[in-house]
Ligand binder design. Sequence first.
Ligand code: MSP
Length: 653
Amino acid sequence: MSEKPSKYYVTTPIYYVNDKPHIGHSYTTILADVLASYHRLLGIPTHFLTGTDEHGQKVQQAADANGITPQEQCDQTVVRFQELWKRLEIQNDDFIRTTEERHKTVVQQTLQELFERDEIYKAEYEGWYCVGCERFFTEKDLVDGNCPECGRPVDKIIESNYFFRMSKYQDWLIKYIEDNPGFIQPSFRANETLGFLKNKELQDLCISRPKSRLAWGIELPFDTEFVTYVWFDALINYISAVGYKSDEEQFKKWWPCSTHLIGKDILTTHTVYWPTMLKAMNVAMPESIFAHGWWLTGRTKMSKSLGNVVNPMDMIDSYGVDAFRYFLVAEMTLGQDASFTEEAFVKRYNADLANDLGNVTNRVLNMISRYCDNKIPAASAGGFDTALEDALWKETVLAADEMGPMVGNMKLDASIALVMTAVRKINVFLQERAPWSLAKQEGTEAEVAHCLYTAAECLRVCAALLYPVMPEKMLALRNALGMADAKPQLDKLTEFGVLVPGSLISQPGALFPRIELEEEEKKTTENPKKQKQKQQPKKKEDPSKDGLITFDQVMAVNLKTAVVLEAEKIEGADKLLKLQIDLGGERRQLVAGIALHYQPAELVGKTIVVVANLKPAKLRGVKSEGMLLAASVGDKLKLVTVEGEIGPGAAVK
Ligand code: MSP
């Protein structure tokens, strides 16, 4: 942020409640959260809005398919979004549902006003309709007779409808976009919209649906036979949520919005429909609309039918919230598409978090513990050569200073790369300065203290810069450095000497335990959903092309009964339990993903079945020597147990 704005209002698209949230929804919301957090930590009044788009055909169809009412569909699905945002540590200030009265009233008032001002009129319409996109197209728009947006077949429709006079704003909009280069970002998206506007005549926008065809929507205030077109309803959320037509003071405080974050799929609705609607309503334009790219699975588009949609809950369960947030923000260059693969995730996690950040944290804390009696040491005024310390601090400050403008320009991946470079420099500094050698010499206490104090200060700055992306882990790191306040203040970041000498440090344990690949294999075998995805490539290696295994292969698996002796939860891993088992005279430790299905106490004494000859692995840093068997359907999971008088260690065949 080159110039500190007086306020920051950021929005995500409001998500359809026809299905549960996936990685794409998570991404936009995490992005908004990171941006909101940076601004808050800079002391800028910030408002972060997200929510759900609950009307329209998609929701109606999902409700029909599930045999429930549309309102039930909304009420059941909205919780899944809200739960996910909670788990992802999303700190939104408001959550709007378009079925709320506060929104519906504003939509109806807006429609009435536009109708009275003849911005909306009734006409007979004949055209092509795409149910998936919920949009009308003219014959000319179609590509090979199909929807130009999604390629799916379209239906011919002839009916009376209400239209918004969008066409009359075509020239104005072209000029507005040209005069305001930052309005649509990245700039190639502005060109895309301009291309669209310059190459064809803008049509008026059909903003109604006859109830006979679709009843699930906001009724038109001037004709009760119709409901409002879902996009006309949905876009208004950005203003209805901040007091438009209901709370003038609040509206003045937040509008115009600083950034509407959207995916590239909804560029036209946000850069053509929305600005022209606002213009007709005499409401100021948002400052910017930023369209990010798509997350692909490998190189393929994620889709339910291909079964390659990444479920954010699975990722959080396996790797934790902060690592997931980190990967998404660090991996995608804003504006471009990015590929999501678990391999790439593990690679980046191990390189950046386990190796670089985890390593430097351990080194700094361990050395302060060893050489400074567990207390933050004091910096020295001089008396010895501090060139290396001075250079390190200067570079860290430079990174912090460069980060602001980068975030302001939505270069989030680059800004993270910058901080990680600063982290690596602390490691290099420690290597060069070698406080462990220094400490062996007489009379070097002040020098060692100064070296470690500087490293800790630099780590403090890096932790603060990464705080918006990884709030939980960076808070743990701040606490470990003996800082009492929960949140960093980014505008006071680069004052040297914030850590208080004498304050006690603590060891947070491994912040980012390394993920070993063999653990990954184990995890996937414990997670039936992932097992499905991962088995595909393995099948290729399998010499038996029919997917069947031989008798010998079965016999190679050593299944045995075991009795559970002890069970306990694993801190920071919601799904995992640590079990001590008796395998027939041999005691072993097992980590199993069953914590959501069993309380530790109810497991003790059970005779279960385990794979006894599985290669040991570590899960979340905890050793596991075997795997238990369980059956699962949907969300249910039951352990395979043995009844009767069979003790531990019996072979299961
Ligand atoms: N309800 C409309 C938006 C109305 S806003 C006034 C809608 N909803 S949606 O549920 O389909 O969500 C769309 C948004 O989800 C995209 O714009 C994008 O932000 C995000 N993503 C959905 N899939 C995505 C990927 N595979 N990758 C990245 N983000 C994508 O459209």
